[in-house]
Design a protein around this ligand. Structure first.
Ligand code: VGL
Ligand code: ZN
Length: 207
């Protein structure tokens, strides 16, 4: 069986949100339409406590985009975003969530960020997704969502390390490009580890 994993389609990552991914809203119709090609649909949420260490506001004198060492690990500082149980952390209203079997949460611990939907950035804690897939003998995953150069990329890299056949649906993703070229570098990195990059039309033609 193959699983569709929809990454972080939350208000704060959409235009008008706290950490908007440019054109992030354009992936919602793709996410909605593609679900019927999959028996299993999973989703993730960035889900931070208010005192999360990735927020610039929690480091006096720092601003979004600055880099610090957080708990021994390189960390980019972001605006306050996706705070647990706030509107910014909710799924986008136009995102069809009716077929989502399970939502995996990440970024819950104050002292460590988590871009990947599998592990935190130090690879110490897992979200439960790897175990969930293994229990169901799912080896083929299809990722889409936000942001291509952070959460989608890191999820694809971890998925490859776990030995999963990993596909990234490019027209279902948008990136931040904090440093110009970040998106292109993310595509190169994912290709290098053997992730398959494709378009949603490739899936529609087949089923
Ligand atoms: C993400 C930046 C900060 C993501 C999460 O999900 O791509 N990016 N937190
Ligand atoms: Zn975050």
């Amino acid at each position: 069986m193959k699983a569709l994993i929809i990454v972080d389609l939350q208000n704060d990552f959409l235009p008008g949100g706290a950490l908007p991914v440019p054109h992030g809203d354009e992936v919602i119709p793709v996410a909605n339409e593609l679900q019927r090609h999959f028996e299993l649909v999973l989703a993730t949420k960035d889900w931070h406590p208010p005192d999360h260490g990735s927020f610039a506001a929690n480091h006096p004198g720092k601003k979004p985009g600055d880099r610090i060492i957080l708990n021994g690990i390189d960390q980019i500082l972001w605006p306050v975003h996706c705070v647990q149980n706030t509107r910014g952390a909710e799924f986008a209203p136009s995102f069809d969530t009716s077929r989502i079997a399970h939502v995996f949460h990440k970024g819950i611990e104050r002292n460590i960020d988590s871009y990947s939907t599998f592990f935190d950035n130090a690879h110490r804690r897992h979200t439960g997704l790897a175990h969930y897939l293994k229990e169901r003998s799912i080896k083929d995953i299809y990722l889409l969502g936000l942001a291509l150069d952070y959460c989608v990329k890191d999820s694809a890299l971890d998925a490859r390390q776990l030995g999963l056949n990993t596909h990234v649906i490019l027209d279902g993703c948008r990136g931040i490009d904090l440093e110009p070229g970040d998106i292109d570098r993310a595509l190169d990195e994912m290709k290098r580890v053997g992730a398959v990059l494709l378009q949603s039309s490739d899936l529609r033609d087949k089923s």
